[in-house]
Design a binder for this molecule. Structure first.
Ligand SMILES: Nc1ncnc2c1ncn2[C@@H]1O[C@H](COP(=O)(O)OP(=O)(O)OP(=O)(O)O)[C@@H](O)[C@H]1O
Ligand SMILES: [Mg+2]
Length: 145
């Protein structure tokens, strides 16, 4: 399926870029006239994915984060968010609610669950040592209502 519109973003894994990334994606999707809830859901899911790249993928290093967003016929939005960080050994385990490798108690282990519940679809792919990619999908149905 060919997208009717697409955009790419590459930025550094600095936490100050998290709000930039979610606002940029929201602005790209705005043409579909999403309502407040739909746009908040997308922003939250993008934030969770980008935060994961920053805190888990690259840990204390600075690396590049890649976002590729596409809009398809029927107001389907597909957003891919990738890093070239440490990767995930056991994806199924990582996606379990409340599972976290964070040992300081700062993280709840709910990022993937949030992405899954706020979007229509979530796909995670990863190779240890190579990086992680998440693909998020949502169809905008509200037309601003
Ligand atoms: N981009 C990534 N690179 C490497 N590991 C990741 C990445 N994204 C997630 N993970 C692994 O998957 C686990 C679960 O991620 P999830 O976002 O669900 O929870 P969390 O980030 O630990 O906590 P929270 O999102 O609630 O702050 C993480 O603890 C981490 O081990
Ligand atoms: Mg997380």
């Amino acid at each position: 399926m060919k997208p009717v519109n697409e955009m790419k973003l590459i930025f550094e894994s600095r936490s100050c870029n998290e709000s930039f990334a979610r606002s940029a994606v929201a602005a790209f999707v705005a043409v579909l006239d999403p309502n407040f809830e739909e746009i908040s859901d997308i922003k939250t899911a993008v934030s969770e994915a980008v935060t994961n790249c920053i805190v888990h993928g690259y840990k204390n290093d600075i690396g590049k984060i890649y976002i590729h967003a596409k809009i398809f016929e029927g107001a389907l939005v597909r957003i891919s968010i990738r890093d070239r960080g440490c990767g995930i050994r056991d994806i199924r385990k990582a996606m379990e609610p409340l599972y976290t490798t964070c040992e300081t108690g700062e993280r709840a282990g709910l990022g993937f669950s949030i992405m899954e519940s706020f979007m229509d679809k979530l796909k995670v792919s990863s190779k240890p040592g190579k990086g992680t990619g998440v693909t998020l999908e949502k169809t905008i149905v509200s037309k601003g209502k």
